[in-house]
Write a protein that binds this ligand. Sequence first.
Ligand code: SF4
Length: 291
Amino acid sequence: MAQRARALPTNVGDDFFVDDSCIDCAACRWIAPRTFDEARGQSRVHHQPASAPDEHRALMAQLACPTASIGSRPGKDVAAAQAAWPDEIVPGVYHCGYHSEASFGAASYLLVREAGNVLVDSPRYNRPLARRLEALGGVSLMFLTHRDDVADHQKWTEHFGCPRVMHEADIAGSTRGVERPVSGRDPVALDDELTVIPVPGHTRGSACLLFQDQTLFTGDHLAYAPRRGHLYAFRGACWFSWPELVASTHRLFAEHMFLHVLPGHGRRYLASSREDMARQQRACLDWLATV
Ligand code: SF4
């Protein structure tokens, strides 16, 4: 629980606050940008919520914070914020919220579809979210993009009885029980709508999940950088091989179509058209050639 006595001096106002346990995962800044931004390497409140919708988003960020570093005065409609997770991004695709410190605050997603819902990476396990996922039809399959973002995968798979899919090169420790390992570098079709695309680089076993040539869940392989204005990769957090990551990105762009990039860390990108995504990919490849 956030401690007001440890509130950062950079906070503005005294209702919502961020304390010094913030790990700078950035989640609150894109969940509620009208309330939170970055200052001196951590998040802070730059404006207290001035409207009911702003307060609602700030409360959603408070629930999502992986380290419980956000606090606020009592008496707010926390139940409404709980009911707002998971948050629909595009029809049928939800951001789960409830980020986990075990995955350094990475985002996780729920894909709702007739053929069975898919949980992509692991949110922090908790009853309010479990009830909301049950109301949306439960989870039939869990896809783990790579070893860093697995968090509470065991609890979720026990709760829903869902098999897990992960690339074998990243399976170790708590993921040894993964039911459906994939291997190699070729794409693997899970069914008519879902394709696993191995993208070694960030880790040896990193993989993306493509849904209907539309939505690409990228884990920590690829994200959008607002300051750069294009898709990019984490040069400073590449644990396996940067040349492999660059090669994986070239293959990914050459062989697959998608409109939406939904990452674990970093910002999502929802292209307005195929041409828009093609421009993003060209800018990304141009940038990769310079790094
Ligand atoms: S969500 Fe929490 S840990 Fe992440 S940047 Fe915001 S306050 Fe810090």
